[in-house]
Structures are given as structure tokens and as C-alpha cells.
Ligand binder design. Structure first.
Ligand code: ASP
Ligand code: MG
Length: 403
């Protein structure tokens, strides 16, 4: 008998018909001789609705009351799914996070799971029940409800798969798996059968959908195999797993783009120690994360510093930067929201020189200007004008013919 954790995202449980379908799928898996533990999300849009309600009623409030409210959508899904499974003649054991319990730290709205006590779930499985757990939520050591950050149901599922020693953590959503490029942009993009944790982390942080970043980090740490697959089909998806020797053969595994980028350039700053630190600290203090950073060589004692932030942070980031720029006596601040980031990711890059050069050559050949660059051992990202995003993805996919 195998043990499996299945996580269903909000789009799988939006209507009563969908909930019934998911229930049937869970039962099929159970009848296949599996121990099944299900982690469920709030229906699509529900968490956003609760967050909006909080902001409309009492703007600016966060903390334990806020988490108690925004975790409510998952309770509804657990209840509905358990009712459905029971009505189909099977034993369902529903749990909210605190009932398991899933113990977290007290960082409300972005709590980390510290421990999970598997005793009750193990007992239920032994008795032949299908266990259903509310994702996204836990309880801290003071007894307050916590939530695990947006998309946090994935983290709940991976952590449960780890403590329950499940064979696999299946993450069901509306994507069929992880693709070599967005199929809407690149018609010949293909589904990746198997990808390493590190590649998946890079792709997810550069904008790929499929699994929450923290869940991938957790899976990597505890060596939990994740199966990213669609709740609308029975085809297998992508396995996110430990690196093996076959993976290094491919230069570029995936290409991903992100239009949620914007650029701020601070021109003519006196070139002395501490200026970049001052600007970036002011942004970090207001929780704005900076992605790519470029500083040019100074001329006549003046330098330019350019960096990217997410589009949604641009207005706030520009105001803060302008204030510091005035203090630093910089000449000018220019904000540009028309940029996007295109990244190529692959383990094979570690052992092959010239991948970045090839990427830049392909972009240049297609007349796409590179505005900023950032790299890691297995990734090269460039910021370009937003209008060229799709073209860049297509020509790079073609050039690297990812397999
Ligand atoms: N319902 C939560 C969210 O929308 C958690 C999840 O879907 O995994 O962020
Ligand atoms: Mg969600």
C-alpha cells in the first residue's frame, strides 16, 4: 500500500460539480490501494475576497485576527469535500490546521511550519479513512491561527508528505505541469518530465506558475518528490525531484518571462561608499524587494545606479528613491514600467561556457536590446522592453531547443 498526499488548488473546487469530481478522483486513488491525505485550498478567488473584506473594513490591520479571517476559505472547502466523500459512502476525516496540529512560528501571514504531529492522521489512515486537511493554515505556540503566505497550501502539502513519509506529494492545479516555455507564447513548448529542485526554484522565482517557492524549498530540504499535475486531466505532469546525472545534459531546461517588472534609474549620484546601500536599505525597510541591479563605472565622480522592482511596487519605490536621491544630490531619477524579464534556466549551464553569450547573440540578432542582466550558476536573466517579451521567449526557445 502506497501513501500519497494530494493537494488541490482553488480552481479545482470552485463549483459543486468540481468538488464532486475531485471527491471521485480522491476515491479512485483510495481504491487503487493508497493511503490518501488530501490538502485543500479555498475556492479560486475566495482568499482574495477575504483579504479585500479585511482591507475595506479595517485597512492596515494584520496579525492574528487577520490570519483567522483569511484562512476561512479553506475551512469551507474542507467541509464541502468531506461532506461529499461521506455521501459517496467513504469515511472522510476533516481537519483544520490547528486540529492536526500543524505548529508554526508566529510570523502572521507568512508563518513557517515548525512541526506537524502525525499521530491522529496515522490513526485515521490505519482505520481506512480518507484524511482531508485545510491548507495554508496552522497554529502558533500561543494558540493563534497563522497562515503560510499566498499559495501556502503547497507548503502544507509538502510538509505533510514529509512527516507522513508519503511516496509523493501531488500538487493539482490548472497547469498540466512545468513547460519548457509558456505554451501560450511558444506553440512547440513541451512538458518537462522531471526537473531538479534548484531549476524549479529558479523558474518559480522568475515567474513560472505551478508550485509555491517556499514549498519547493521545503521539498528540497526534506527530499520530498513533488508531482505537478492538472486537476482537469489524468495525464502525468512534471516530477520535481533530486538532481540526477541525466539532468545535466540539457543546457537550458526552461525559459520563463515575467512582465511584472519595472526599472528605476538614479543618474549622476556622487560615487562614494554607501550610496547604493542607502537607496537599497530605504527600499528594503518598506518591504520592497529589488531584483536586478546595475551600476556603471563612474565618470567625473558621478555614477548611475539602475535596478528593477515589481511593477506593483514602482510608485512607492520611485517616491522613496527620489527622496534619498535628493539627499544624495543625485541628478535625476527615471522610472520605467515598460520592461519585462526573460530568463533561461538549466543545470547544464554549470559545466558549459558561453550560454549567456549565446543568449545575448540571439537577442541581438533579433534586435532586442538588453537593459539589465543578472545571473546565477544555473540561470541568466535579462531585462528588456516589455513589447519584445514574447519574441524573446520564442527565439530563445528555438535557439536552445530545450529537450
Ligand atoms: N488560499 C490560499 C491562497 O489563495 C492558499 C492556497 O491557495 O494555496 O493564497
Ligand atoms: Mg490559491
Amino acid at each position: 500500500m502506497a501513501r500519497v498526499v494530494q493537494k488541490y488548488g482553488g480552481t479545482a473546487v470552485t463549483t459543486p460539480e468540481q468538488i464532486k469530481k475531485v471527491a471521485q478522483r480522491i476515491i479512485d486513488s483510495y481504491n487503487d490501494n493508497n493511503d490518501v491525505v488530501v490538502v485543500i485550498s479555498a475556492k479560486a478567488g475566495e482568499t482574495n475576497r477575504l483579504i479585500e473584506m479585511a482591507h475595506e473594513t479595517c485597512p492596515g490591520q494584520e496579525g492574528c485576527e487577520y490570519d483567522l479571517l483569511i484562512s476561512a476559505g479553506e475551512q469551507v472547502s474542507v467541509g464541502l469535500l468531506a461532506l461529499c466523500i461521506t455521501s459517496m459512502g467513504y469515511t472522510a476525516r476533516p481537519y483544520l490546521g490547528w486540529q492536526v496540529p500543524i505548529i508554526t512560528d508566529s510570523c502572521h501571514s507568512k508563518a513557517s511550519i515548525e512541526t506537524i504531529d502525525p499521530t491522529k492522521i496515522n490513526r485515521d489512515l490505519k482505520l481506512g479513512a480518507i484524511v482531508i486537511v485545510a491548507g495554508f493554515q496552522g497554529i502558533d505556540r500561543d494558540g493563534s491561527i497563522t497562515t503560510l503566505g499566498r499559495g501556502g497550501g503547497d507548503a502544507s502539502a509538502v510538509a505533510l508528505a514529509h512527516v507522513l513519509e508519503a511516496e509523493q506529494c501531488e500538487i493539482y492545479s490548472d497547469v498540466d505541469g512545468i513547460f519548457s516555455a509558456d505554451p501560450d507564447i511558444c506553440s512547440n513548448a513541451h512538458k518537462i518530465e522531471k526537473i531538479s529542485y534548484d531549476e524549479m526554484l529558479e523558474l518559480a522565482s522568475q515567474g513560472a506558475r505551478g508550485v509555491q517557492i517556499r514549498a519547493i524549498e521545503y521539498a528540497k530540504k526534506h527530499n520530498v518528490t513533488i508531482h505537478v499535475r492538472s486537476s482537469f486531466s489524468t495525464a502525468s505532469g512534471t516530477l520535481v525531484t533530486r538532481e540526477d546525472s541525466t539532468m545535466e545534459g540539457v543546457l537550458v531546461t526552461g525559459i520563463v518571462s515575467d512582465k511584472n517588472e519595472a526599472k528605476i534609474a538614479v543618474l549622476g549620484i556622487p560615487d562614494k561608499p554607501g550610496t547604493a546601500a542607502k537607496i537599497l536599505t530605504a527600499l528594503a525597510d518598506t518591504d520592497i524587494s529589488v531584483d536586478m541591479i546595475v551600476q556603471n563605472v563612474s565618470q567625473a565622480g558621478l555614477a548611475d545606479l539602475t535596478f528593477s522592482v515589481s511593477k506593483s511596487d514602482l510608485d512607492k519605490a520611485t517616491l522613496i528613491t527620489e527622496k534619498i536621491a535628493t539627499e544624495l544630490q543625485a541628478r535625476e531619477v527615471i522610472a520605467d514600467k515598460n520592461i519585462s524579464k526573460v530568463s533561461i534556466v538549466g543545470l547544464g549551464m554549470r559545466n558549459h561556457a558561453g550560454v549567456a553569450a549565446r543568449m545575448f547573440t540571439v537577442l541581438a540578432y533579433n534586435n532586442i536590446n538588453i537593459q539589465m542582466i543578472s545571473t546565477s550558476e544555473i540561470k541568466v536573466s535579462v531585462a528588456i522592453h516589455e513589447d519584445y517579451t514574447e519574441l524573446a521567449v520564442r527565439v530563445l526557445h528555438e535557439a536552445f531547443r530545450t529537450s
